[in-house]
Write a protein of this length. Sequence first.
Lengths: 344, 295
Amino acid sequence: MLYKVLSKEKLGELVTNLLSNYEFYGPKKIDKVTHDFVLIENFSDIDLSYKKTTIPPSKKLLFPSYENLINYKLNKDNVEVLPNLESKKRILFGVAPWDINGMNFLDKIFSIDYLDNNYLMKRKNLIVIGFDVEPSDNNFAAAVNAEYTNKGFDLYITDLKDRYFIRVGSATGNFIINNFTTAVDAKLKDFEDYNRFLDVYRKKFKVKINLDKFYDSFEAVYSNNELWDKLAKNCFSCGSCNLVCPTCFCFNVKDELMLNLKEGIKKREWDSCMISDYGLVAGGHNFRPTNSNRLKQRYRCKLKTFAEKFESISCVGCGRCVDACLAKINIYEDVNTIKKEVGV
Amino acid sequence: MSIEIKEKMVKDVSDKHNKEKSIYAPQVATIIKINTMTDTEKQFFIKLDDPIQRENFNFLPGQFIELTVFGIGEAPFSIPSSPSNKEYFELCVRKIGSVSNALHKMQVGDKVGIRGPFGNGYFPFDKMIGNNVVIIAGGLGMAPVRSLLLKILEDRSKYKGVTLIYGCVDPNNILYKDEIFELRKRDDIDVKLTVDRPDSTWKDSVGVCTSLIPQLEYLPEDTYIVVCGPPVMYKFVIVELNEKKYLPERVFLSLERRMECGVGKCNHCHIGNKLSCVDGPVFSLWEIMNLKEAI
């Protein structure tokens, strides 16, 4: 990792240069209360004071709700199959650390066992510029160690009030710094200020949860149906929590035939583990028929499964599911309820 | 994306997949023969169109493929034929969902898409060498284990006793009926059949296949057990096997879930921290005892 320092007024120049060279996505205020990552045309459109966006930017660009995977042509005596592997250089600017961590998780999912090139081609062509975004009220990223990241970005910009501290995470990031702006190497004083910034930044996360001892506690309450029914009592099975989650990756693979009946596509679209037909198989058997089955499954997937597989849990603490839930189901409160049930 | 990750990925690519390929792109194949087996099941003989792909299509007993009916969709099917057959493979398909219904309407010569074979968990025919093998199948569960059965019969001398326990709803629903009745004439395999609803000609056992397990005489230390059937069957079979003290690490069960992608991405088939498509579909009973939702 290289460390650079950029003076405050130079950021506009850097972004303007990037805007003229790349397709550029950044955070923009789109109405009174909402921010979203959209195609940016001017530096002044970018609003880095955002606290959250409804949909995680990485998912919007890399793993959209609907995606064409392959095209095929049904010819008279054969079928032509053509993969749809898009590759366009794009910049994603101003991504929060928990969203970068969420994207790092998706990177692992789509590169473990089999390489999912439909995702990875887009990922390889995405230039990520991170930024320490102010946490929203329900954000608990610091409790799950997702408020900081040292990988998954090309550049990471930290605002030290009078200057920017920039971490350069890749050769592409280095190319950008060298060609589109003038930054100097960071000195000891800059590192001191950066570390002081991190201490202050971490204190901004107000939600306290302690996942210590949760791993085994979960098993202890696994068969406690009364508890799970209570936790899932208000769930509508709407799947909002899945849609907004930066690490939810479940999808369906579907075929679609064009109206000419000669061409078709294989597409993927997001699925949700909270919807009743998620565990349904041909013949009518449903492996997870109730709300409480499904909520339990979601909590395990977020807080346990990947502690075993990837050695870190998949939840990045962005708090989006808490904000999105119409029934006010709250993952961090439920963690405490589960632990309390076991008496830890 | 940082260069380090990129380099690593290129390495992975050379190991498993071409980086220009999409794992969702099926191979085109042709249906070369169709047999009607019962009112609801048909046997399809499928040959991959590309000779190189055909040559590289190596599967192990218990693995499955994803079959695309172009324009309709994709569904997982286990491969019931012998892994030794390089020319084509078979499928045994029950008419039950949108893809299988469409497949049942297809004709010889029609094109389908094939991805796979998938699954890292298989029936360990290699470890079973020198041991007794008991195959317990219920209904359509005969399809995945038939591949193992054929493999064992090809190398019959390498194994000790071989027993097949096969339970069906009624005699008309017995899959591979001629083949199984042919097997009964052999003295190197013990075939035990049972049906829930016998007809007037039925001479074998009546009841679920669980009821035949107490008759097994093999000792736990040199016996492998393979089980495949509907989800409800496993619970009862496991109780009987535990009663006989068969070792959980030598009992193998095929857990079918909704394998939508087959390559460990879509997450539909997860059981605890495992995915049925990449970690299974065959799991040992010991693995299953650690997965609360499995049975």
